[in-house]
Design a protein around this ligand. Structure first.
Ligand code: GLP
Length: 261
């Protein structure tokens, strides 16, 4: 099956497209489900157009629907992922592939296995020395063709918490109180540290797709898009000179309602 067929599927979705600040493309779909489907269709074009592309995958609740749709579509259109190189965006300290809450396990179950990705680089959150592990991971990275992001508390991208420098590379972070509280509310184990690709790694990707649904994430996005470009809101880095045209947002109507276009 060809990319043309995938594009044809895209056309039937009720898309509203807005040119955001710094030429960020904002794709608004009526519901979370449709935003996820549209994002998945866009991601699917990457392995079709560049079979050896490097893709960094985010994790989290936001990504569950797009990844499930990606697996379904890859099966329907027989899209091969075996020559794609997959990178890992972030991981909790103390967590590894075996833990139910680890992002490595999440990626294994929702991305690597269903898509049949062979060339994978995962962060080992269980490493004795997290700083050393961050340095090891950084040494493996090349700029991604596609960076898939969500957005978290305070406008964090990856685990780049408010205050993270825009030129940061893969590093160990102390999670913000807001992030720790969010995880506890979700019934997860209390984690205080993580390893994340830095804002600098994110910005050097050729394309950046950010997916978000709901009022709360819409508010963080609004700060990122329409308030000052400031490390206090890491996602505002997406508006730095030259970055905006590489960025596409896939959001639902609820998130869009929080944006002051
Ligand atoms: C998580 C991860 C990010 C993710 C963001 C949103 O904690 N650090 O990679 O994109 O926060 O997560 P969720 O979609 O679960 O709200």
């Amino acid at each position: 099956m060809t990319a043309f067929s995938v594009e044809a599927e895209i056309c039937v979705l009720p898309l509203r497209e807005i040119n955001g600040p710094e030429n960020i493309r904002i794709c608004i779909l009526p519901t979370e489900q449709l935003a996820a489907r549209f994002a998945a269709r866009s991601i699917l074009n990457i392995p079709i157009q560049k079979p050896d592309a490097i893709i960094t995958f985010a994790t989290g609740n936001t990504m569950m629907k797009p990844y499930a749709e990606l697996a379904r579509l890859s099966h329907v259109y027989d899209v091969r992922w075996s020559t794609i190189r997959m990178n890992h965006l972030d991981e909790y300290g103390g967590s590894c592939n075996g833990d139910s809450e680890s992002f490595a396990r999440y990626l294994t179950e929702r991305v690597i296995t269903p898509l049949g990705i062979v060339n994978t680089h995962l962060i080992n959150g269980r490493a004795k020395d997290l700083k050393q592990e961050a340095a090891r991971y950084e040494s493996l990275l090349h700029p991604a063709d596609l960076m898939i992001l969500g957005i978290g508390p305070g406008g964090h991208i990856g685990f780049n918490e408010p205050g993270t420098l825009f030129d940061s590379r893969t590093h160990v972070v102390q999670l913000s109180e807001e992030t720790v509280a969010r995880d506890i509310t979700r019934g997860q184990t209390k984690r205080t540290h993580a390893i994340t690709q830095g804002v600098g790694n994110i910005l050097e990707a050729k394309q950046i797709y950010l997916i978000a649904y709901g009022i709360e994430k819409g508010r963080d996005l609004n700060t990122a898009l329409y308030e000052s470009i400031d490390p206090r809101c890491p996602a505002s880095a997406l508006r730095l000179p030259g970055i905006g045209p590489k960025v596409t947002l896939f959001i639902d109507q609820e998130a869009a309602a929080s944006l002051n276009f």
